[in-house]
Write a protein that binds this ligand. Structure first.
Ligand code: GAL
Ligand code: MG
Length: 991
């Protein structure tokens, strides 16, 4: 093939029609916006003949292949070519406008039939093709377009023949647009969104823009039509949600203005939509209209004049089984999960989504930052590794201007009528240059009713003084730490947004509640968007049909970014991660606070009165058992208002008394069943601390020396203390061994993704856990002193934790008191080496026999919890099996710990072992050792350890979001240099 538009920066399209707003027309008097069962739409989705060529040069329209490929799809999902995941870098040489000669090409072919008439035109639409396409009809070249995530439309009327026609589409993997599409994702190809033919009358409205403005008691809805200057008669009717006409008018002009009295406004909480019926003689267009304003007053972001907060996420089109293809069902599922987790805003990172997506956001209520298909920081690594001088080169180079401007024009023109879109975003991570300014102008010309966003203004290596940030309407940042975030929130002149924060990779994000606290503390803080919604991975099945997820590097790619794509709030199959539960409660609709005996509720919604939105229920638990409950119905509370709750609690007396308020969905919403829990607050009302008295036993306990230590015997037990290890290596209750192998001191954990730098996985930092050798620590004991009384044996063992090459990490004075009942009091006085900034954890791990499967604990649950990640968990007495406690991260890592634990028991059929401390601790019980978790790169490679690994930790460092952003903040790291860790170990023989 000798077409070369795909290597020409000035040609971004050939023979396409002018861009227009998205809509699906229908025949007059019909009532549909669907692509199906609509006589004006011929949907060309389905099976196409498909021939794959490793290079465009070899491709031919003549080639006949019997292979078929579904449209929409990505061909890599069907075994053609191969997957590659790269984040920032270009997967091809940085040599614009050229792309590799080995440029994979898919030739798609199919036939369809039309009946030609004088009156009708036929417009061929592609909603998404990666990376570009050449279209042919009956062998004749029709046109070309790039910009993967935007619509291309062709008038093919003159090329059609009555009856059967053959369409052929050549799709190329790379084009010069690839330099503008360096988004962090699997780089897939093909026709991945709908393809269809619209049948339009010769005279029709091609494009229309609906803008709304508010007066005291009315709204003006103004229409601007493009009918090619044909003075077509356009009649418009606006219907309310009940189908009543509330305004109508007719015009031959290009504009029309209608008034709606007492309009109901659209917002994300109450997404009220009107219907527009636009009739011309031979066609009808139905659309929805939402009346709302979006503005900035000073640095406060307002919707309909009311300050709002974005409780947002970044969303990619990414599904483990369909790649970029997002069916309506898949999109609704995402939105439903978001709604049920209190998410009210989406940034379409980093490209326009399918047009239908915005209709769903209108309908279900989401604020959208709609982002252009633009990301070019691959140039950063083009002259050595990430050289800042090259970051913004594409935005600086005027040769790219046509293409960059085209991308935002396509974005704005297509989605201009969607009320959900409140902010346009120029793109992501491309730096700032002359082309950015041109793109800003282009957006402003098309739409002045929305705000403009571009985070990458922060990156502009040269000519800084030339650029004026006033060109943007919001101040946006990525991954600032809390301190810097707060400074931004104190100084911002424009609404502050974190367009990305709380990198949700693996076990995390930590400190989400601290960020949310800042959102609420500062009026000028409009909230943020967690990075990101879903894990990207490719699904395959093993021989037994188990799902396996693959990521970068699993396809033999040379350049790849490993599992950096596995960083979402939901697993690829949309199972929520524990991070999503954390986000859910941070974004809960109500906050309840306590002052003495008064509990006050604050309505954190921006528009709905509390009595309309949620029912507040409460329950009182003592030691995990419910002792009272109630509900507070119809509590009127205006948005953002705070008031004391009417509440009468029974008298409270005792330990572990917790009051929990829960917020249940009350309003009717299609995606949230009434009664769904939207979050909670919990208060500790205990009047005393829990104490456990050691089981009394008058039976004797003795100690006798063995070659390796001391055997401590009682009537019902026999424990062996190992003097070299400084701990027990055998634990028999009624003759039955509980230990699989000796217990150990433990100061390390299987690094989480967020530990990658600190642990020394990403780079071998000087003070990384790896270079410090924390992972190799073992005990070095100095002496063992055994004292015996009538009722107990006391073993005192000073020791250090050491590793080859390293100085001792800590010195421990370990004291074990063993009582006649078998109970053991463990007391450790620990001094940590001063130069160690912090420890990942400190505790003991016991390797119990694998039949210890049942766990009961009083602590933060039911999902895993960490010192900086327990906003979504609450304190209660939980029961779980050891497998249930496991969080199966795609990339194995530390998981399943529970902070704030006061007691934890593990049991098998014979024995129950209880660990108890008056100072809350962290525990973890797992079938996998931390060494196994650390060694394996995929969930499906894990081998069980043949035992139950039980960690009882004085503390576990929090999880932070250090994979891309701040590491665990100081207060949640185990930084203490001197501490005492006391706990009791109480065995019980099961009856
Ligand atoms: C950001 C970028 C995202 C994603 C993230 C890391 O800098 O905007 O697209 O790459 O980093 O997961
Ligand atoms: Mg990027």
């Amino acid at each position: 093939m000798n077409y070369n538009y795909h290597q020409d920066l000035n040609i971004v399209r050939m023979n396409t029609m002018p861009d227009r707003a998205y809509y699906i027309p229908c025949a007059p008097s019909k009532n549909t916006t669907s692509k199906e069962n609509n006589e004006r739409v011929l949907l060309l989705n389905g099976s196409w003949k498909f021939t794959y060529y490793p290079s465009f040069a070899e491709a031919s329209l003549e080639g006949v292949s019997d292979n078929v490929l579904p449209v929409p799809s990505n061909w890599q999902m069907y075994g053609y070519d191969k997957h590659q995941y790269v984040n920032i870098d270009y997967p091809i040489p940085y040599n614009p406008p050229f792309v590799p000669k080995e440029n994979p090409c898919g030739v798609y072919k199919r036939t369809f039939s039309v009946e030609l008439t004088e009156e009708m035109q036929f417009h061929l639409n592609f909603e998404g093709v990666d990376s570009c396409h050449y279209v042919f009809l009956n062998g004749v070249f029709i046109g070309y377009s790039q910009v993967s995530h935007s619509t291309a439309e062709y008038d093919i009327t003159p090329f059609l023949q009555d009856g059967e026609n053959e369409i052929a589409v050549m799709v190329l993997k790379w084009c010069d647009g690839t330099y503008l599409e360096a988004q962090d994702k699997f780089r897939m190809s093909g026709i991945f969104r709908d393809v269809y033919l619209l049948q339009r009358p010769q005279h029709h409205v091609r494009h229309y823009v609906v803008q709304t403005s508010l007066q005291q008691e009315s709204a003006t809805v103004s229409f601007k039509f493009d009918d090619f200057g044909t003075a077509l008669v356009k009649s418009v009717k606006i219907l309310d949600a009940e189908g009543r006409a509330v305004a109508q008018g007719e015009t031959c002009d290009e504009t029309l203005s209608l008034t709606i009295e007492n309009p109901v406004l659209w917002n994300a909480e109450q997404p009220y939509l009107y219907q527009m019926v636009l009739d011309t003689l031979q066609e009808r267009i139905i659309d929805t209209i939402g009346i709302r304003t979006i503005s900035a007053q000073g640095n406060v972001l307002l919707a309909n004049g009311q300050p709002i907060k974005f409780k947002g996420v970044n969303r990619h089109d990414s599904y483990p089984d369909t790649g970029y293809v997002a069916s309506r069902e898949q999109m609704v599922r995402d939105l439903q999960l978001m709604k049920q987790h209190n998410i009210n805003a989406i940034r379409t990172s980093h490209y326009p989504n399918a047009p239908e997506f915005y209709h769903l956001c209108d309908e279900y209520g989401f604020y959208v930052i709609d982002e252009g298909d633009m990301e070019s920081h691959g140039a950063w690594s083009s002259h050595g590794f990430r050289d800042n001088d090259w970051y913004a080169v594409v935005h600086h180079d005027p040769q790219f201007q046509t293409a960059i401007v085209d991308r935002v024009q396509r974005l704005v023109t297509r989605d201009i009528n969607r009320p959900c879109v409140v902010i346009w975003s120029l793109g992501n991570e491309s730096g700032l240059g002359v082309n950015t300014l041109a793109a800003v102008d282009a957006v402003r010309k098309l739409d002045s009713s929305r705000l403009l966003h571009y985070e990458s203004k922060n990156f502009m290596p040269e000519d800084q003084e030339k650029f004026n940030f006033d060109i943007l309407d919001v101040e946006s940042h990525m991954y600032p730490d809390l301190e810097y975030t707060e400074r931004l929130a104190q100084e911002n002149k424009k609404p502050l947004i974190l367009c990305e924060f709380a990198h949700a990779m693996g076990n995390g994000p930590g400190s989400l509640s601290e960020y949310y606290e800042l959102f609420y503390r500062y009026d000028g803080f409009a909230g943020g968007f967690v990075w990101e919604w879903c894990d990207h991975a490719i699904l395959q099945y093993d021989a037994s049909g188990n799902a396996q997820y693959l990521y970068g590097g699993d396809f033999g790619e040379v350049l790849h970014d490993g599992n950096f794509c596995v960083d979402g709030l939901v697993y690829p199959d949309r199972t929520p991660h524990t991070g999503l539960l954390e986000l859910k409660n941070c974004a809960r609709p109500v906050h309840i606070t306590r002052a003495g005996n008064t509990f006050s509720a604050e309505n954190k919604l921006d528009f709905a009165d509390l009595s309309d939105a949620v029912t507040v229920v409460w329950s009182l638990e003592q030691n995990g058992t419910k002792i009272a409950e109630g509900s507070i119905a119809n509590f009127n509370l205006a948005p953002h208002a705070k008031a004391p709750l009417p509440l009468s609690l029974p008298p409270i007396d005792g330990a572990r008394v917790y009051l929990k308020f829960e917020y249940l969905q009350k309003a009717v919403h299609p995606l949230i069943p009434v009664g769904t829990s939207l979050g909670f607050d919990q208060f500790d009302l205990s009047t005393e601390d829990m104490s456990v008295s050691l089981p009394v036993s008058h039976s004797a306990v003795t100690a006798e020396q063995t070659p390796t230590g001391w055997l401590v015997n009682g009537e019902t037990f026999s424990y062996h203390f190992n003097t070299a290890l400084g701990t027990f290596d055998s634990f028999k209750i009624d003759g039955i061994e509980c230990f699989d192998r000796p217990a150990e001191f433990d100061i390390h954990r299987a690094p989480t993704d967020n530990d990658m730098v600190e642990a020394g996985i990403a780079s071998y930092g000087q003070n990384s856990w790896k270079s410090l050798r924390l992972d190799a620590a073992y005990a070095y004991t100095y002496e063992t002193v055994v004292e015996q009384s009538n009722t107990s044996v006391t073993i005192t063992c000073p020791l250090s934790l050491v590793a080859d090459r390293a100085a001792p990490f800590c010195n421990i004075q370990a004291v074990y008191n063993v009582y006649g009942s078998g109970a053991v009091e463990v007391s450790m006085h620990v001094s940590v080496r001063k130069d160690l900034a912090y420890l990942p954890r400190f505790g003991m791990r016991y390797f119990l026999t694998e039949d210890f499967q049942n766990c009961t604990y009083f602590g933060y649950g039911p999902q895993e919890s960490y010192s900086d990640k327990h906003a979504g968990s609450y304190k209660s007495m939980f029961n779980a099996t050891v497998p249930d406690l496991f969080e199966n991260y795609i990339y194995p890592q530390e998981n399943g710990s529970h902070s704030g634990t006061e007691e934890c028991t593990l049991s098998n059929a014979n024995t129950t072992l209880k660990a108890f401390s008056t100072k809350p601790f962290s525990f973890c019980a797992s079938e996998y050792t931390r060494e196994e978790l650390a060694a394996k790169k995929h969930h499906f490679e894990l081998q069980k350890g043949g035992c139950t690994v039980w960690n009882i930790d004085y503390a576990m460092t929090g999880v932070g979001s250090g994979s891309c952003g701040p590491y665990t903040i100081e207060q949640y790291r185990l930084t203490e240099k001197e501490f005492v860790f006391d706990y009791m170990f109480i065995p019980r023989r099961n009856l």
